[in-house]
Design a protein around this ligand. Structure first.
Ligand code: JD8
Length: 245
């Protein structure tokens, strides 16, 4: 899978994606990530990427021309992308389902803005979608692009070492994760639950499903509206609701 990221802060993206799952995916030839410095497509002496807003007001706006030229050259040299994404607070909120959808594409271009955002004509003329990573204000699109590349790359076969863990990821199942423990079995008086040391796999499985449901009910009951519970979860869920009374 191919990603092209256009930014005025290429080193920020390189630092962020230079370690971990994405970087291993690149090393293994499963991912192709190209980071592009937007200033490459400026033509003036000062390599200007922003200008004052028409209509007045505070802040600066990213000029359209360098961004358009960037997308044109990426099209010519790297092929026509399946999607050109503008990151912005006005976008559709990114979810695990969106990550899975984008993971089925072969080539995505991500345009990172700064300042007050981009000239609207970039959206009109080259963007195919606009995505936000959540309802809080960032200073630019770079962190959002990294979040999206990380979450999407996990769906590319081979990128995550153990394929089983992807489908079992908490949000793919629609529930929060169960608690995890490792050695030692007791730490400053805090014990690992006995069932996890028992070697009884059916009971361990049941305990994990119950704890995942318990946490979801306590912390994110909104997730249960969208989740389709299997028969085991249904009966565990009823038990938990009784416990709550
Ligand atoms: C792109 C410029 C900053 C935004 C004035 C602060 C995504 N979930 C998200 N939150 N924020 C962003 C985001 C913020 C950006 C840009 C994405 C480009 N800014 C601006 C408008 C108000 N400043 C985001 N994805």
């Amino acid at each position: 899978m191919k990603f092209d990221i256009v930014t005025i802060f290429p080193s920020m993206i390189e630092a962020g994606l230079g370690e971990g799952v994405v970087s291993r995916g690149v090393e293994r030839g499963l991912l192709n990530v190209a980071v592009h410095d937007l200033r490459r497509w400026t033509t003036d002496r000062h390599r200007t990427v922003d200008d004052v807003p028409y209509g007045g007001g505070p802040g600066m706006v990213m000029k359209a021309e360098p961004l358009m030229r960037a997308v044109s050259e990426i099209r010519e040299t790297r092929g026509t992308p399946d999607s050109v994404v503008v990151l912005s607070p006005q976008g559709r909120t990114f979810t695990q389902a969106e990550a899975e959808r984008l993971g089925r594409l072969e080539h995505i271009v991500l345009l990172c803005g700064r300042y007050e955002g981009m000239d609207e004509r970039v959206r009109d003329m080259v963007a195919t979608e606009e995505i936000s990573i959540g309802d809080y204000v960032l200073s630019g699109g770079e962190l959002a692009a990294m979040v999206i590349i990380d979450a999407v790359s996990r769906f590319v076969p081979g990128v995550v070492g153990d394929e089983r863990s992807v489908g079992e990821d908490s949000f793919s199942r629609g529930l929060l994760d169960y608690p995890h423990y490792t050695r030692p079995a007791e730490f400053e008086g805090w014990k690992v639950p006995d069932v996890l040391l028992s070697g009884h796999h059916a009971e361990i499985d049941r305990w994990r499903r119950r704890e995942a449901l318990r946490r979801t009910l306590e912390r994110r009951p909104d997730l249960l509206d969208g989740a389709t519970l299997g028969p085991v979860e249904e009966s565990l869920y009823r038990e938990l609701l009784k416990e709550e009374e």
